[in-house]
Design a protein around this ligand. Structure first.
Ligand code: SAT
Ligand code: MN
Length: 591
């Protein structure tokens, strides 16, 4: 794109009058010492990093083994998303739905204005114009985050496309999401994450943690975007996007939804095992997908993000060699431990020894893990060795199959296929999973997490399922829908399936189903592969284990269906009749 003469001379603060006015009003409210407009240049990020290193807010890491890497330590009480302090503020409470905490928008604004008043004294206010999605894609959407956290600026610069180009697009679009953020005093008693989907705005106070503070991510790209998507006829989903190239050279794309910390990043960067030669895997995105019905009747996906904010513990050359290599350079670590020679360390590494824990104390196993279980890496997607050459395509990539999954010790088989789109919507809505460290609260209890969107859907789930049904009915060539469970265990608590790269065997069965090449057996809950339908060559899984993995236990499933019916009841008669019918059909088949 040619740069117009005025853009060379116009200061950022004057590129968009709407943004300029909003910044002025926030400045008045928050009283910062200075205002910095982020241009997104490398020099800007370099200078900001140097300043934080000087101030001790960032620690340099061993530059021989981890060049360009730094460590940030959060406040010990600010290490995860806070769902109990996260609100959807719509005029009508029913629009937010039983799946969200709700507050009246006026009451919320008043509460937040009191918190924000004067909160940036002695601090710099940063204006971060950003674009979610490739800057030239019609499917992308923009926002501006105002924050007093330079850590947030560094993360947003990696996770999104920030700066001048985004602001120019905002000036042209005339529409943007307003995100106001302050770390406040990091006091959990004065911490709120408020969303105003009707106003396309976000107000977040009191936390510097990723999902609470990097407003482009969960707040914008999921909660606000899911609302925007409904009005505009598309879907904003908590899904990775991965391209699989088979030995014949054809590439198909999958979009897969899992709750946080259930292996999405590993699946997005999957490494084919040696026993499956000829396969190649390409990552488009690891966390969020924006899915649009295309002119050809297929569903097309873009990744609104430009980087990964991934869970560090467990990353090693065996679990995810790509991620292990990716985070050895130009990576911002949060809440990991340190070795004696200043290398980052985390549980799951088989080399090195921690001497300093994530809070900066001498490591003592009595204090718990050395790295926080939700410690994170922030890194540019371009550092991923399997980064897809189509990740920046403005029209996105066409989706062959959608995959839902959860972490379940029992009940859910390794994989099953929905009979059609409407049944698939029920399958997605029925996702349940054991909770993880990505959110504050008890870990390991099963909770319903429809489409893995429980913490992220910006409106009433009943309306959301209706929207899903609508989108499907408009697709001439809808993707098939699957459910997987990599986490099923035997009676001794041992995982039945090896997971990681071996998951490709399951994905390849799906692709063969989509092209009509693979068989399946019908079951009450959907279609399952028979043991002989999965390529098990070179895999050390016994026939008994495989049988257990593919078992649908009717008594367990009758309970599951009853549980789902009770869950749907919470949404009353807003639940689409079609979903009730799908559930009754499964119940009937279970006998
Ligand atoms: O914790 S974040 O919301 O930033 C990431 C995640 O939970 O997927
Ligand atoms: Mn996520």
């Amino acid at each position: 794109m040619a740069i117009a003469a005025h853009q060379l001379t116009t200061p950022l603060s004057e590129l968009s009058r709407d943004v300029g006015e909003w910044v002025r009003s926030v400045r008045e409210l928050t009283q910062p010492r200075a205002v910095h407009w982020c241009d997104g240049s490398e020099a800007e990020i370099r200078e900001l990093t140097a300043q934080l290193l000087r101030d001790g807010e960032l620690k340099p890491l061993n530059s021989e083994f981890f060049p360009g890497c730094t460590l940030a330590r959060s406040h010990p009480s600010d290490v995860a998303r806070v769902e109990h302090l996260t609100y959807i503020c719509t005029r009508s409470k029913e629009d937010a739905g039983p799946n969200n905490h709700w507050m009246d928008p006026e009451a919320a604004h008043t509460k937040m204005r009191d918190l924000f008043r004067g909160c940036m004294r002695e601090r710099t206010l940063y204006v971060i114009p950003y674009c979610m999605g490739p800057i030239d894609s019609p499917l992308s959407r923009c926002g501006v985050e105002i924050t007093d956290s330079p850590y947030v600026v560094l993360n947003m610069a990696i996770m999104t496309r920030i700066g001048q180009a985004a602001l120019e697009r905002i000036a042209a679009d005339g529409k943007f999401v307003r995100g106001l953020h302050s770390i406040g005093e990091l006091n959990p008693e004065r911490r709120f994450i408020m969303h105003f989907p009707e106003e396309l705005s976000i107000e977040s106070f009191g936390s510097g943690y990723g999902g609470n503070a990097l407003l482009g991510k969960k707040c914008h790209a999921l909660r606000i975007a899911s609302w925007q998507a409904r009005t505009e006829g598309w879907l904003a989903e908590h899904m990775l996007i991965v391209g699989l190239q088979n030995p014949q050279g054809e590439t198909h794309y999958l979009a897969c939804a899992f709750p946080s910390a259930c292996g999405k990043t590993n699946l997005a960067m999957l490494i084919p095992p040696d026993s499956l030669p000829g396969w190649k895997v390409f990552t488009v995105g690891d966390d969020i997908a924006w899915l649009h019905p295309g002119p050809d009747g297929r569903l097309w996906a873009i990744n609104p993000e430009a980087g990964y904010f991934g869970v560090v513990p467990g990353t090693n050359p065996d679990t995810n060699r790509n991620a292990y290599d990716m985070i050895r350079r130009d990576t911002l670590f949060t809440n990991v431990a340190l070795t004696a020679d200043n290398q980052p360390w985390w549980e799951g590494l088989t080399t090195g020894k921690p001497v300093i824990d994530w809070q900066g104390r001498p490591y003592d196993p009595k204090n718990g893990p050395a790295a926080h279980p939700n410690s994170r890496f922030t890194v540019s997607a371009k550092r991923n060795p399997s980064y897809s050459p189509h990740a920046e395509d403005p029209q996105g990539v066409p989706i062959t199959a959608l995959v839902f999954g959860g972490r379940r010790r029992e009940v859910a088989p390794l994989v099953y296929e929905a009979r059609d789109w409407a049944h698939g919507v029920l399958v997605g809505a029925s996702v349940a999973s054991e909770t993880t460290a990505a959110a504050v609260g008890q870990v390991g209890v099963v909770r319903r997490d429809p489409m893995a969107m429980q913490p992220f859907c910006g409106y009433n789930f009943a309306d959301y399922w209706r929207h899903w049904l609508n989108v499907g009915s408009k697709l001439a060539r809808p993707p098939r829908i699957y459910h997987v469970n990599w986490f099923r265990r035997d009676t001794n608590g041992k995982f039945l399936w090896p997971g990681y790269g071996e998951n490709l065997r399951v994905l390849s069965w799906m692709l063969d189903r989509c092209s009509g090449k693979a068989s399946a057996a019908e079951s009450p809950i959907g279609n399952l592969p028979r043991p002989e339908d999965l390529n098990m060559k070179g895999l050390n899984v016994t026939q008994d284990a495989l049988k257990a993995l593919l078992t649908v236990e009717p008594s367990q499933w009758r309970k599951e269906v009853a549980d789902m019916r009770a869950y749907l009841e919470k949404y009353g008669n807003r639940v689409p009749a079609q979903m009730q019918q799908e559930l009754s059909a499964v119940e009937k088949k279970l006998g």
